[in-house]
Design a protein around this ligand. Sequence first.
Ligand code: SF4
Length: 91
Amino acid sequence: MSESSTKSAMTDLSVRTVKEKCQGFGACVKAAPDAFTLGNDKLVQYHGRGALSDDELLMAARRCPYKAIVVVDEATQQQLHPRVRPPVPQK
Ligand code: SF4
């Protein structure tokens, strides 16, 4: 996904949830209830994006205060969320 993607854009994004980070508060579930639910263990489960646009999917991932939802652009292998900052060059 490029930075200029439109709201309706649907890029091939992969989503991975990190249960070790999830605290089960459900902000992602409220943002995108068709994509995310809480399982019997009260931790996040991902069910596919359905009709969510890139922006809607990323917005739901960004709602997680623990960064437990990782979104990667499959075409470029760029991690879109959480952002990975490039290393600071050593002087
Ligand atoms: S918002 Fe984050 S911590 Fe809360 S349920 Fe979703 S993944 Fe878990």
